[in-house]
Design a protein around this ligand. Structure first.
Ligand code: KG4
Ligand code: ZN
Length: 406
């Protein structure tokens, strides 16, 4: 079955900018606000999935220079930019705050200091404009984004891979998820970011403005993964959980060895085999994700959790922008008669559109629309759905051999 990486409908804010009267055709409009990590984002989305206006301020450059996200710095930057970002999204949309149906904001999970900024700001807006509030779970928003772009009916299997998360779940409804597995240590994006930092990719002329994951993908295209040997994580664990920290330790050992071999290499200088290491890391991450996803598909088939006709896998989160990883996953979906559905990179990474769309989904379903949100708190840690990971492990399903090569 063909991979469907669709372009967002009416994604261009230019197209949507100030087109008088268009907003009136949208029965309901939601402003979405995202500040859970290092992106300050806002968007206005209509009930049909039309993006009326959007704006985003990325802190990536600051954090790249600092060598990682420093929460108080992230908080300060959110505080400095949020009002402007919201104003810009509103201006682009051509609608006023009074015309909104509701305001939706990420309140979990994420960095406490970052979440706090978005929530406090939203509560003030809600008070001022007397609007209902829709608190958003960041991972739910990633999972549902695809439904703004194309028809993907519940239930479907979803793989969410980002800098903060990695999980496999069955989405049965807007707020109804079954968790099949998640990372036991770090998330794949975090691993790729740390490996990129260890390889000093910031000093690579082509990669200096890229996130770690993007840089690894870029260099991997020119590398030979077979020149660097990395053992697959958790191959004896017959569950759907993930682990990436062991893989990172292995890569660190390899880098140390290569640095010794390339005697005289200075701190911050690039190894000559940097492309090969990138290719090997990317491949190992891709295969790990693919094997766990394959097992999740088998578990869903065994437990009848998904429809027999046209079952769907949705992949989202920042790491889903990686074309190599998507191609490896496609081998698994094709072998099992699943479609593979993935938002475009712009909607895979954090953005305000997915938050606003999650608000629309909740409005339509009449779930979690609060008229008196004063008691609402942000939650840095928040599980997604009912956890069936243990049952998945007990089922100990063996994944048949598949040639995971491109
Ligand atoms: O979803 P996201 O924007 O923020 C979180 O919620 O974490 O994901 C950011 C992560 C970063 O770790 C970044 O390195 C990774 O997504 N990423 C990629 C690519 N683009 C971004 N990883 C692999 N390949 C890419 N092309
Ligand atoms: Zn995210």
């Amino acid at each position: 079955m063909a991979i469907r990486c669709l372009r967002a409908r009416a994604l261009s804010s230019v197209a949507a900018r100030g087109v008088l009267g268009q907003s009136r055709r949208e029965p309901r409009l939601v402003l979405g606000i995202e500040t859970s990590c290092d992106d300050t984002a806002a968007a206005v989305v209509g009930e049909t999935g039309r993006v009326l206006g959007e704006a985003l301020h990325s802190q990536k450059e600051t954090h790249l220079k600092a060598g990682g996200i420093i929460p108080p710095v992230a908080q300060r930057l959110h505080r400095e930019h949020l009002d402007r970002v919201v104003q810009e999204a509103m201006d682009n949309s051509g609608v006023s705050l009074n015309e909104l149906t509701a305001i939706a904001t990420t309140i979990k999970p994420g960095l406490a200091l970052s979440l706090q900024v978005g929530l406090e700001y939203s509560l003030k807006l809600i008070e001022q404009y007397k609007k209902p509030f829709i608190p958003i779970h960041h991972m739910e928003a990633h999972a549902l984004t695809i439904r703004m772009l194309q028809l993907v009916e519940f239930p479907f299997l979803v793989l969410l891979i980002s800098g903060g998360h990695s999980l496999l779940a069955v989405a049965r409804g807007v707020d109804d998820f079954i968790l099949l597995g998640q990372t036991l240590d770090e998330a794949p994006g975090d691993t790729l970011d740390k490996v990129a930092r260890r390889l000093s990719l910031r000093n690579h002329p082509a990669c200096c403005t890229m996130s770690g994951g993007e840089a690894i993908e870029y260099l991997a295209r020119m590398g030979n993964r077979l020149r660097v040997e990395i053992t697959q994580p958790m191959s004896r664990h017959l569950d759907c959980d993930f682990s990436f920290s062991g893989l990172r330790n292995q890569v660190n050992q390899i880098i140390m060895k290569k640095e010794k071999e390339e005697a005289g290499i200075q701190d911050g200088q690039l190894l000559s085999c940097v492309n090969d290491i990138a290719a090997a890391v990317q491949h190992t991450v891709a295969v790990h994700l693919a094997k766990r996803t394959h097992r999740a598909i088998l578990f869903c088939k065994k437990e009848n959790l998904l429809p027999q006709s046209n079952p769907a896998l949705v992949v989202s989160g920042g790491v889903a922008s990686n074309k190599y990883i998507i191609k490896i996953l496609q081998i698994v979906t094709e072998a099992n008669g699943f479609s593979l559905n993935c938002p475009p990179p712009k909607l895979c990474t954090d953005n305000g559109i997915m938050i606003a769309w999650n608000g629309i989904e909740r409005l339509r379903a009449g779930i979690g629309v609060l008229h008196n949100p004063k008691a609402i708190r942000y939650e840095p840690k928040a599980p997604l759905g009912i956890n069936l990971s243990e049952q998945v492990g007990k089922a100990a399903l063996k994944v048949p051999y598949l040639k995971l090569k491109i």
